[in-house]
Design a protein around this ligand. Structure first.
Ligand SMILES: Cc1cc2nc3c(=O)[nH]c(=O)nc-3n(C[C@H](O)[C@H](O)[C@H](O)COP(=O)(O)O)c2cc1C
Length: 166
């Protein structure tokens, strides 16, 4: 199997990071991968807020239920849905950032900001913008690995042909 395909299959959410800051060149590369993500009608109704201030990260943690990866990471990229943006596009953004991080030797974890009203307040979002998802990023801690519950359903449970009952 070629390396690019293998990297898609082996991409995991990593929640432990080295304490060091992200190199500027790596951060720029991640944001470039985000910028080049395809979107519905190429509208690109999104923007990104990079949060690396520890106090601001702490405030953001209160907006979600499973936000320890934000605390552990040197930075988090908040995915802002601009007016008329689609959540599907946000998903594509997240995956592009995660694959780019992996290609650059970094680790990442998607984060849900369940209380997105609070997230909007913390991030100072103008009216009509929403941030429900973010990606914690950094360099993987030497001991880091995926959470133990990270397997997948067998393929026979997932695939149908032509119709759901096919
Ligand atoms: C939409 C979405 C939201 C997620 N939110 C969180 C989260 O808030 N906190 C967290 O630690 N992991 C979060 N995850 C990571 C998942 O728990 C993880 O992808 C899943 O358990 C499978 O593990 P793996 O990606 O390592 O194979 C999220 C993943 C997705 C796709």
């Amino acid at each position: 199997m070629n390396e690019r395909y293998q990297s898609i299959l082996s991409l995991r959410a990593i929640r432990e990071f080295e304490p060091r800051a992200i190199r500027e060149v790596d951060l720029e590369a991640l944001l470039e991968a985000a910028r080049w993500t395809g979107s519905s009608k190429n509208r690109q109704n999104w923007s990104f807020i990079v949060v690396d201030d520890p106090e601001q990260k702490d405030r953001l943690c209160d907006a979600g239920d499973f936000t320890d990866p934000i605390r552990n990471a040197p930075a988090v990229i908040c995915l802002v849905r601009e007016p008329d943006g689609y959540e599907f596009d946000t998903g594509r953004l997240a995956q592009n950032i995660m694959l780019a991080a992996d290609a650059l030797g970094m680790a990442s974890c998607p984060i849900t900001l369940h209380r997105d009203g609070l997230a909007a307040e913390v991030l100072g979002l103008p009216e009509g913008r929403r941030c429900r998802y973010a990606i914690a990023i950094g360099y993987p801690a030497p001991s880091s690995g995926p959470a133990k519950f990270g397997g997948r359903k067998p393929i026979e449970e997932l695939i149908h042909h032509n119709r759901y009952d096919g």
